[in-house]
Design a protein around this ligand. Structure first.
Ligand SMILES: Cc1cc2nc3c(=O)[nH]c(=O)nc-3n(C[C@H](O)[C@H](O)[C@H](O)COP(=O)(O)OP(=O)(O)OC[C@H]3O[C@@H](n4cnc5c(N)ncnc54)[C@H](O)[C@@H]3O)c2cc1C
Ligand code: SF4
Length: 329
């Protein structure tokens, strides 16, 4: 594949949201919203995706920053991952999100990469990123599902023709915290629960989120309900620095003394969407976080897993991460 230069495009750098939305709406499928560029520019440079119009959201001040609200916090989609990871209120009251944001990639990438871009980023499947015409790219096969394929990073749950996984570290944390995604387009604003924001391949194999051309993810709201909750985030990757998760777990526990009143347990990198483990959440409610309970939770978490030829290791890995989350390490 040629990688010497990327295809030209018209670049717009609006300083207000209405203009950005008008541009994205006017150019529809031809347009691309640009945030920090860490996913976008890879696609352009590899020539695997070549939009004719790029709308850079960088100059739009209203998309940045973290605000306390009557019911929790609101984070602008263009807030950098570093700002999310280090903000005193996020660190102090919503530590699960701070921990997850702080584990994304490297400090350099977190300094420019945004929270919105992190949840909207495309999958990292090698074949698809290389530009082959697989199902997700409009073709009629999945190269990663073949028995001799490079599929150790791929899904163990929820595959439907495509076996790619969500690569985002912040997405499982946002699902665990019952976040709400605020999306705006030329027709107005809609608010979508994080758990419904990510797209199953069985519904639309060409998109990772419910966003459509013309949509801008404006902000992410986290309700007060999970503020100050006990939390656990752990990500296992091949390398400790700038590497995507092989499996991650994001869990929040609202405690009444030593008893779990309510819980959210979500895994990343095991399915195309963050995998919420509702059966685990149910069995931990009303219980103490003991080793015995953790063993049951871990076993339940991986029930029904369907590994590919090279990713069986994800099953014990996920089981152990869920056990550790329930025990609290
Ligand atoms: C070497 C490397 C290592 C990495 N490691 C990790 C890792 O360990 N964990 C992890 O989670 N990520 C990792 N990433 C991914 C990186 O963190 C994300 O790609 C980055 O956060 C994307 O954010 P961005 O701001 O750069 O967005 P961009 O790349 O500009 O955008 C990403 C996508 O989101 C869309 N988009 C962005 N913002 C909006 C918005 N507000 N509204 C609508 N659409 C929008 C864009 O159109 C594009 O499709 C890594 C990336 C690299 C290059
Ligand atoms: S896993 Fe999905 S993205 Fe990867 S080759 Fe198969 S269809 Fe394409």
């Amino acid at each position: 594949m040629l990688k010497d230069a990327m295809a030209g495009f018209e670049l717009y750098q609006p300083t207000d949201l209405d203009t950005a939305i008008e541009l994205l709406s006017r150019h529809g499928q031809r347009a691309w919203a640009l945030a920090g560029g860490y996913d976008s520019l890879d696609w352009f440079k590899d020539r695997a995706k070549s939009p004719q119009v790029v709308v850079d959201l960088e100059g739009i001040a209203e998309l940045r920053g973290i605000r306390e609200t009557d019911d929790g916090i609101e984070l602008g989609s263009m807030t950098t991952l570093t700002d999310v990871a280090t903000h005193p209120v996020v660190r102090g009251r919503y530590g699960l999100l701070a921990d997850a944001a702080g584990r994304v990639a490297s400090p350099q990438i977190r300094n420019a990469g945004t929270l919105g871009g992190n949840v909207c980023q495309d999958t990292r499947c090698w074949y698809y990123r290389y530009g082959v015409k697989c199902y997700r790219a409009g073709g009629n096969t999945c190269y990663a599902a073949a028995t001799d394929a490079m599929n150790r990073e791929h899904a163990i749950f929820g595959a439907s023709r495509c076996v790619a996984v969500t690569p985002s570290d912040t997405a499982p944390a946002l699902v665990a915290l019952d976040a709400q995604m605020v999306v705006r387009n030329a027709g107005g604003e809609r608010v979508i629960a994080a758990v419904d924001f990510f797209m199953e391949p069985s519904v639309d194999i060409t998109r990772m989120t419910v966003l459509e051309p013309g949509d801008v993810l404006v902000a992410i709201r986290i309700p007060e309900r999970w503020a100050d909750a006990d939390h656990y985030f752990e990500k296992v990757s091949d390398r400790a620095s700038w590497d995507f998760a092989l499996v991650s777990v994001a869990a929040a526990f609202r405690m009444n003394g030593s008893v779990v009143e309510d819980a959210r347990v979500v895994c990343g990198a095991v399915q195309c969407v963050p995998r919420r483990l509702m059966a685990v959440e149910r069995i931990v409610r009303g219980e103490r976080r003991t080793s015995d309970l953790a063993d049951v939770a871990g076993e339940l978490a991986v029930r029904g897993a369907e590994p590919l030829s090279y990713n069986h290791f994800k099953i014990p890995l996920m089981e152990n991460l869920v056990k550790r989350a329930v025990r609290g390490a």
